[in-house]
Structure formats: C-alpha cells, structure tokens
Design a protein around this ligand. Structure first.
Ligand code: UDP
Ligand code: MG
Length: 156
C-alpha cells in the first residue's frame, strides 16, 4: 500500500492544530504508519527544500521551519500521495479550497501548517529522510474492510 510523508509545521504546532490535522487523515480512512515530534536542523531543511535553496526567501522559510519542533507523519492508504496532497490543498492558504487543511487552517503561503510529499518518488525519499525503518509500523487496521472494497485493496 502506498505511503506518503507529512510534516505539521511550527504554524500548526503553535496554533494548537496538531490533533485537528491528524484527525483529517484518520477520518479519511488513512492509516498512520509512523508519527513523531522532531526538531529540524539546517542540514535536513537544506535537503528537504533543495528546490528552494536559491530563492531569496529561503532563510525566512528555514527560520519558520525551525521555530518549534515539527510533527512528522507517515500516512498509508490507496493512492495515499495524491489523496493527502488533495486533503492538504494548494500552497497559498488564502487560495486553498475550504475543506482542505490549508483552506481551513491557513491565511499564508509560508505559514501554511503542513507539508505533504508531491509525488510517489519524493514520498519514498522523504519517508527515508525523516523516519528510520524501526519507526514505521505495519499493524493492521480493524476497520480496513469498511474503508475499501475487496477489489480495491487487500491488507496482507
Ligand atoms: N514557500 C514560501 N514562499 C513561496 C513558495 C514556498 O514561503 O513563494 C514555502 C511554503 O511554506 C511552502 C514551502 O515553502 O509550503 C515549500 O514550497 P513548495 O513550492 O514545495 O510548496 P508545497 O509543496 O508545500 O505546496
Ligand atoms: Mg513541495
């Protein structure tokens, strides 16, 4: 089953939305394969936001991501990468659709409360960046037969 990575940013932590945001994934029927709090370092942010390193606002993003610890999560489900990106909403919280996480919890481009992997490829890289193998768990969801039909997905 597909896995993706989320980070609850300092904007979510400071504003008291950890539980509200994690609930969105539970409510949807996604399985939480791993969850932890961690303080991001210069090195991990340079890697994670390598596509923004050259931008003039990179130091501002870095400071924002280091303002408090973040919550890293590994979320699993059928088409999890695309489903979680859809639940997340577009980058600018002001433009994000109501009902999405950014649409409901953010007024900002930078302070947009959550990161979510943008492709299957980057999900794999990002899960390895933030989680050790022993921090991911393969427990079964008792509700699985009520989340998917038998032709959609099987839980080994
Ligand atoms: N960001 C920003 N200003 C910009 C573009 C991005 O502050 O003009 C921040 C914002 O917090 C965003 C993150 O950098 O979530 C990563 O940018 P990306 O374009 O990858 O957006 P995302 O994939 O998070 O929607
Ligand atoms: Mg991105």
């Amino acid at each position: 089953m597909e896995k993706t990575l989320i980070l609850l940013k300092p904007s979510a932590i400071q504003r008291g939305h950890i539980g509200h945001i994690i609930s969105r994934f539970e409510n949807k029927g996604l399985r939480i394969a791993g969850l932890k709090m961690m303080q991001l370092t210069d090195e991990i942010i340079d890697e994670h936001y390598a596509h923004l390193l050259d931008k003039p606002f990179f130091p501002r993003i870095k400071a924002s991501m280091m303002a408090t610890p973040v919550i890293a999560g590994c979320i699993e489900g059928l088409d999890a990468v695309a489903v979680v990106r859809t639940l997340t909403g577009v980058t600018n919280g002001r433009n994000a659709a109501p009902g999405t996480i950014r649409g409901d919890f953010s007024m900002s481009v930078q302070e947009n409360v959550i990161h979510a992997s943008d492709s299957i490829e980057s999900a794999k890289t990002e899960i390895n960046r933030f989680f050790k193998a022993e921090e991911l768990f393969e427990y079964k969801l008792a509700s699985f037969p009520f989340i998917y039909s038998t032709d959609e997905a099987k839980q080994d």
